[in-house]
Ligand binder design. Structure first.
Ligand code: TGC
Ligand code: FAD
Length: 390
């Protein structure tokens, strides 16, 4: 087994804190990323992704719902899942998004809150990447405050009839199944909606400048009629969708560091080759200060991610701790991406190098799964006991 460090600026040897199995999973996903994904990513960022092909590829190596048990899922620990997210996001946040939404949002919702029939029907195909899922919580007028949602599910005999609009939904127009959260007389409930149900449509959102290697869509529900058993029986109230968000946010704690690492690797190689004012760009103190600050933040972020991963594997992680990780690691990752862009000068603005692509993607990552402001308020509430959301 190869035991050399995964990257050269792992200054405090975080890699040594991983088990052999975790390291092997990380190497496998990294190898897949370098071989099958990175060669195409600039083109996908410009032209869109072949989502079905990618889902099958990722299902083939077992990363879809990999931290879930049974129903064709790999059942790895949380740290391994985090490391897989990191390696995918080292190629592009959009690829990690596909995996987050499939595994941590759509599949997790069905695994955690669904009936046995829901699990049997959807999970094996989703784990294999044969079926794609999406997760509809956000609406045009309800993002940070999902409790303000308007999408409504009404009883009609034993059926449910859903109407409303969801916005910014990853995988929306390529999904086979949508987990849709709607207001009922009994509070917020989740519904498993096959996307070929009459009245369901998912127009794709175009002209994005971020997360371009990811499908983002509206979900339009016009009197979508579903049988009584379409409702997720075990999710009641907002704690249902928010419970799923904890899972996806955890993946981002690791994932964002992948984007940052890729930027720093690119910048290190660039400054070694670039000559300015007659000397290597790497030889200037200003350059080295930037590189040092970035490497420190990356390593601190890894230690934080790993600590949270261990807590999660012990079943002890709290939502507030996930907020600490999401807020810190995405905030630092975007700073690293922007700083690396400065080191690459004009070359940094092109798709020939990944740094501005990562920086642009991280703008979405900073916003989705709870904005940095929302996570600051979650932590503020934990510190003071005062909720300042409203
Ligand atoms: P609040 O009254 O505090 O809570 C309502 C109920 O939910 C419970 N709860 C949680 N449960 C599990 N995990 C959490 N993190 C939870 N946070 C709260 C809470 O205990 C309560 O339960 P109960 O039983 O008493 O009813 O809710 P609030 O309305 O005041 O809102 C709190 C706030 C702002 C923190 C929350 O709503 C929030 O997190 N807002 C951000 C929304 C968000 O993150 N949306 C993400 C949409 S999905 C997405 O972005 C996917 S992108 C994926 C990709 O492409 O990678
Ligand atoms: P708003 O909630 O309108 O926030 C606007 C600004 O106000 C932000 O800066 C915010 O931090 C700030 N703000 C909000 N509340 C407060 C407050 N109390 N105090 C101070 N400031 C506040 N959603 C899904 O359901 N499923 C998906 O698959 C999904 N995928 C996405 C993919 C992409 C590429 C993007 C960009 C978004 C995606 N989202 C998805 C939506 C995402 O979760 C929301 O954009 C996010 O929750 C923020 O909501 P909003 O955009 O409506 O912003």
């Amino acid at each position: 087994m190869n035991t050399s460090p995964v990257h050269p600026f792992d200054l405090v040897a975080v890699d040594g804190l991983l088990s052999d199995e975790e390291r092997e999973i990380q190497r496998t996903v990294r190898a897949l990323g370098e071989r099958e994904l990175r060669p195409h990513i600039a083109q996908w960022f410009q032209e869109g992704i072949p989502a079905r092909e990618l889902a099958r590829l990722l299902g083939g190596i077992g990363v879809l719902g990999m931290h879930l048990d049974g129903y064709g899922c790999a059942g790895t620990n949380a740290v391994s899942y985090g490391l897989a997210c990191l390696e995918l996001e080292a190629v592009d946040s959009g690829l990690r998004s596909l995996v987050s939404v499939q595994g941590s949002l759509a599949m997790y919702a069905i695994r955690q809150y669904g009936s046995e029939e829901h699990k049997q029907e959807w999970l094996p195909g989703m784990a294999a990447g044969e079926k794609i899922g999406c997760f509809g919580l956000t609406e045009p007028d309800a993002g940070s405050d999902p409790g303000a949602m308007r999408t409504r599910a009404k009883r009609d005999g034993s059926d449910w009839v859903l109407s409303g609009t969801k916005m910014w939904i990853t995988n929306g127009s390529v999904a086979d199944v949508a987990v849709v959260w709607a207001r009922t007389d009994d509070g917020v409930r989740g519904f498993v909606v096959p996307t070929d149900t009459p009245g369901f449509s998912a127009p794709e959102i175009k002209q994005k400048l971020s997360l371009c290697a990811s499908v983002t869509s509206e979900l339009v529900l016009e009197d979508v009629r579903l049988p009584a058993d379409a409702m997720l029986p075990k999710a009641r109230g907002l704690s249902g969708p928010l419970g799923c968000l904890n899972e996806a946010r955890f993946g981002i704690v690791f994932g964002a560091l992948g984007a940052a690492r890729d930027c720093l690797e690119t910048a290190l190689s660039y400054v070694a080759d670039r000559t300015v004012f007659g000397r290597s760009l790497a030889s200037y103190q200003l350059t080295q200060q930037k590189l040092t600050d970035m490497a420190l933040e990356l390593d601190k972020g890894m230690l934080l991610a790993l600590r949270l991963g261990r807590l999660k594997d012990e079943g002890r992680i709290t939502p507030e701790q996930v907020s600490v990780g999401k807020l810190n690691n995405v905030r630092e990752a975007i700073e690293i991406a922007r700083q690396c862009r400065t080191l690459l000068g004009a070359n940094g603005i092109t798709l020939e190098y990944p740094v501005l692509r990562h920086a642009n993607n991280l703008e979405s990552v900073l916003t989705y799964e709870g904005t940095s402001e929302v996570h600051s308020l979650v932590i503020g509430k934990a510190l003071t006991g005062e909720a300042a959301f409203r």
